[in-house]
Design a protein around this ligand. Structure first.
Ligand code: ZN
Length: 266
């Protein structure tokens, strides 16, 4: 039988995690959702994901998360967190109870995907999640929510990060990557998933005040060139480009049907 996993986001809807430049719980949910999709669709893996929504105290929140994990048949428990410290603290970590090898690989894989320092594997036997889940467990600290540099690295490399986390889990559980091209990540063929400096519009397109595209604030004609500040993602993981519209942040599609990377030698 194929090995199974459980992956959950740290903290909960009513029990906030760290809040800095990034909101830990909100970003952890995005990482969990994307990694879960890659593992179940791109690797034919089998698992469960969980986001805690009801607890109003930290103890209840931790207990709900661990109960979900322990109720499932699985071989690995994964918890996604983000670190918090001073503005200069940077890097990835992976905390563990006894899964040292996997944690070492995981921290290095995240660091390489994000292009930030690898702070490595750390044994933390006292942590509630690691201590109370009764299968091998790891707790990822993706990067620091308090660091501008880490936040930018995370936003710009979200897809690479999730692919790297999924790959490390897949290798540990013996999953093979789905060989059919494009199936592992159907969104890749539709959307750009990496930032570049400048785009050119292939058709008339709107610029929006919000990432979910609820409020259009301007429209540009085909062939307009626009500078890109960063790549960001909607709640469902759809990539968008963050651009500047009259010195304010705005969002435009990253759909390859509508925009193209602009290069000067063309
Ligand atoms: Zn946390």
């Amino acid at each position: 039988m194929v090995k199974q996993f459980v992956i959950s986001s740290g903290h909960g809807d009513k029990v906030a995690g760290a809040i800095g430049i990034l909101n830990e719980h909100e970003e952890a949910k995005k990482v969990v959702n994307r990694v879960y999709d890659i593992l179940t669709k791109g690797y034919n893996g089998v698992g469960f994901k969980y986001h805690e929504t009801t607890a109003t105290t930290q103890n209840q929140n931790l207990s709900n998360i661990v109960s979900f994990h322990n109720r499932k048949t699985r071989d690995l428990d994964v918890s996604i967190h983000f670190n918090s410290a001073t503005p200069t603290a940077t890097g990835t970590e992976c905390l563990y109870y006894d899964a040292l090898t996997l944690s070492t690989k995981m921290s290095a894989a995240m660091a390489s995907a994000l292009g930030i320092v690898d702070r490595g594997a750390k044994k933390r036997k006292e942590l509630y999640f690691l201590r109370n889940t009764n299968k091998p467990a790891i707790l990822l600290e993706v990067c620091f929510v308090t660091s501008e540099k880490d936040a930018a690295a995370y936003r710009n490399n979200f897809e690479d990060l999730c692919q790297a986390i999924a790959k490390a889990i897949a290798e540990h559980l013996g999953y093979a990557k789905n060989q059919v091209e494009g199936v592992s990540n159907p969104k890749d063929s539709i959307y750009y998933n990496k930032k570049f400096d400048r785009l050119v519009l292939l058709t008339d397109a709107g610029v929006y005040a919000d990432v979910e595209f609820e409020k259009e604030i301007n429209r540009y004609k085909k062939d307009t060139k626009i500078d890109i500040e960063a790549i960001v993602y909607t709640k469902n993981g759809t990539p968008r480009f963050l651009v500047k519209e009259k010195d304010k942040c705005a969002f435009i599609t990253a759909n390859r049907e509508y925009v193209k990377a602009y290069s000067v030698d063309k």
